[in-house]
Write a protein that binds this ligand. Structure first.
Ligand SMILES: Cc1cc2nc3c(=O)[nH]c(=O)nc-3n(C[C@H](O)[C@H](O)[C@H](O)COP(=O)(O)OP(=O)(O)OC[C@H]3O[C@@H](n4cnc5c(N)ncnc54)[C@H](O)[C@@H]3O)c2cc1C
Length: 311
């Protein structure tokens, strides 16, 4: 139970996929746990505002398929041409300036923030091939899975106050439905109670096959809550949301971990600049607080500072 709640749910990986030596080679930041009351989109909105205020441009709906680099610069190849109509549809959603045009961007340098899962899946082709230490880091770090089933209940639902509810799963649960997070108490304290419970599944039990439907997952989560809190207290949810980060082609996982066989230098190798032109950021590159938003943020700031100093 302790291994499951302290390790598997935290590191999003089965114990067999974690290096005994290095799996917990990260630090906790000072301060307690907090929740972003307005949701994480507030963080993205803030960053979009910063980009806009500096005259920056954001190209949406423009997945990169190839990155070509040499000592003279970098060329990004996009999956499809950015059409003005397509971007005009997306622009109001994010309120950012967007660009339209062909399939290639040439630039003096690039900051690569591709998720580790995407790097592992090799859906973006690097030319020339990435150096050995970088390729080794991509192979030796693991991309774990933490998925949520979010359940919004009608007001006439009831469960005890508190944030986290943990349980010992039955064998028939296939390792799922160990941990639930209630937003009810927190949102009540903030003045707008929301009867929402988030079920967390981690590691291989969270890598649902495509044949497992969202409806089946919701039913299993609701039935578990009924067994915990009484069927009369848990009516049918009014809204549900199931994440599948492990099969999302733009993440292929939730966040990074350190696999058996690692030597402890993999995150530094992943962060190292390539050919003086490719700077690297993203949670997996941060040595102190990987697998977090703060690690992603700090690594991005460091990569931007390094690029600004070099050019
Ligand atoms: C369920 C869950 C719970 C979590 N809980 C917490 C928590 O409580 N606290 C915490 O600090 N962190 C938490 N995390 C981790 C945190 O969300 C990540 O560490 C962080 O978002 C990683 O940021 P990033 O910029 O490295 O990667 P991402 O946010 O994944 O950004 C990478 C971007 O690259 C884009 N991309 C991918 N492929 C391409 C391509 N080919 N071309 C162009 N763009 C591409 C993606 O669309 C994405 O926008 C959680 C994660 C999950 C999944």
């Amino acid at each position: 139970m302790q291994v499951e709640s302290n390790i598997v749910q935290d590191y999003a990986a089965d114990p067999a996929k974690l290096s005994l030596n290095w799996f917990d080679d990260d630090d906790e930041m000072a301060g307690g746990d907090s929740i972003v009351a307005q949701g994480y989109s507030a963080v993205v909105d803030y960053l979009v505002g910063v980009v806009k205020s500096k005259g920056g441009k954001i190209a949406l709906g423009a997945p990169v398929t190839a990155i070509t680099y040499n000592s003279g610069g970098v060329t990004l190849t996009l999956a499809r041409p950015r059409t003005a109509t397509f971007l005009a549809l997306l622009a109001p959603q994010i309120g950012a300036e967007v660009t339209a045009g062909g399939t290639e961007y040439a630039a003096p340098f690039a900051i690569v923030t591709l998720p580790l899962g995407v790097l592992k899946a090799k859906t973006v082709k690097f030319t020339p091939k990435l150096p050995g230490a970088k390729a080794n880091a991509i192979a030796k770090l693991g991309m774990g899975t933490l998925n949520k089933v979010v359940l919004q209940f009608p007001p006439a639902s009831s469960w005890p106050d508190g944030n986290w509810f943990e349980r010992m799963p039955l064998q028939s649960d296939k390792g799922r439905w160990r941990e639930f997070f209630s937003l009810r108490t927190i949102t009540r304290a903030a003045g707008a109670e929301q009867p929402i419970i988030v079920a967390f599944n981690a590691g291989s039990p969270a890598e649902y096959p495509a044949s497992t439907s969202d409806a089946a997952l919701v039913t299993a989560a609701v039935n578990t809550l009924r067994a915990m809190f009484g069927a009369a207290n848990i009516p049918e949810p009014v809204q549900t949301w199931v994440t599948r980060w492990h099969s999302d082609p733009y993440s292929f996982g939730s966040y990074s971990s350190v696999q058996p066989g690692a030597k402890g230098r993999e995150r530094a190798d992943l962060a190292a600049t390539t050919a003086g032109r490719l700077f690297w950021a993203g949670e997996a590159t941060h040595q102190r607080v990987p697998a977090t938003v703060q690690g992603a943020w700090l690594s991005g700031a460091a990569a931007a500072a390094a690029a600004a100093a070099a050019f």
